[in-house]
Design a protein around this ligand. Structure first.
Ligand SMILES: C[S@@+](CC[C@H](N)C(=O)[O-])C[C@H]1O[C@@H](n2cnc3c(N)ncnc32)[C@H](O)[C@@H]1O
Length: 308
């Protein structure tokens, strides 16, 4: 759960623990303190940054918890991995990233990159999000575009249960969920979808090219694949001292590479696979990129709008 900044005031007199925490934040200039050292407040211009940091900071203990396992993985003769469902808290952090940090990426990052899809969604099309985790994006789309039908799928079952519970609690009826491996999509979905969406999934896969080929197969002719992914330009040398790249390289070591190493011959591209390789792989699957749209909240998060 992210920090609720309002709680700071409420806790002020609660305990010596709180006093020490407030002291740490005040001397670090994260919050302000009055001359008597008894009244603290969060400056207005710090609030958004603190909210963002409160979500990002949840990655630190998670990476620490995975440290020994990932270290073991690196020392095996055949590279080994550790899937996301071994750290279920990750799904809650990913959800907070979407809900608290990005807020509403449908209206800021997704639809503005492909406005031509909106009237089609309104009249009724078939949409799938693969690797949807707890369904933040696909549930919102389904609730908004009631004439369209949606499928949310993921290889992990636990987050899908949460997605389903959320849809049920909000009375969303035009969505179904399935536990599926994106690298091996059923033949029954051949040329089935008008729009397929993935966010932060392709670089995590054991066989990403195979997955892109399967997505191509499952789209109707002219259908759209929205590949939202990390699209770093310039490789290591082009990103020296870049804080966002540092985060992605670190998180990738503990999350994306182990996730990909489900098989010893996995691609293990990692989050830092780079925009040039992303473009090359979608082209190899047969797609034409008709737009590239950088996220409002993170210029390295790119929405590659790909047409079949
Ligand atoms: C980094 S998370 C992104 C989740 C969500 N799309 C988001 O934007 O927060 C990657 C997701 O892909 C799923 N995934 C990984 N490998 C998969 C596979 N082979 N088939 C389907 N889903 C997969 C994971 O379980 C996880 O939910």
């Amino acid at each position: 759960m992210a920090w609720d900044l309002g709680v700071v005031e409420m806790l002020l007199e609660a305990s010596e623990y709180v006093r020490e925490i407030l002291g740490a934040l005040a001397v670090g200039e994260v919050i302000s303190v009055d001359d008597s050292s008894t009244k603290f407040h969060v400056p207005e211009d710090h609030k958004q940054t603190l909210v963002t940091v409160s979500v990002f900071s949840r990655y630190m203990p998670l990476l620490g918890m995975r440290y020994n396992n990932v270290k073991d993985c690196t020392q095996q003769r055949n590279p080994a991995g550790m899937v996301y469902s071994e750290s279920p808290v990750l799904f809650s952090i990913l959800e907070d990233m979407l809900v608290i940090v990005k807020k509403d990426m449908i209206d800021t990052d997704i639809l503005p990159a492909m406005p031509q899809i909106v009237p089609k969604l309104e009249s009724g099309i078939k949409v799938a999000e693969l690797g949807c985790a707890t369904g933040v994006i696909i549930n919102k789309l389904a609730s908004r575009f009631k004439n369209s039908t949606f499928i949310g799928s993921d290889v992990a079952s636990k987050p899908l249960e949460e997605a389903r519970a959320d849809a049920n609690s909000r009375g969303i009826q035009n969505i179904t969920y399935s536990i599926d491996n994106i690298e091996n999509i059923s033949e029954t979905y051949n040329e089935s979808f008008d729009w397929i969406l993935t966010r932060f999934v392709i670089h995590d896969l054991a066989y990403p090219q195979q997955a892109l080929n399967q997505i191509y197969r499952c789209l109707k002719p002219g259908g759209i694949f929205s590949m939202i992914d990390i699209g770093i330009e310039g490789g290591i040398i082009g990103n020296i001292a870049n804080g966002i790249s540092m985060f992605y390289y670190s998180a990738s070591t503990f999350l994306c590479i182990p996730e990909s190493f489900r098989q010893p011959d996995s691609a293990a591209l990692g989050a830092t696979w780079g925009a040039p390789l992303a473009r090359e792989m979608v082209a190899k699957a047969g797609f034409t990129i008709i737009n590239e749209f950088a996220s409002r909240t993170d210029e390295m998060e790119i929405h590659f709008v790909c047409q079949k």
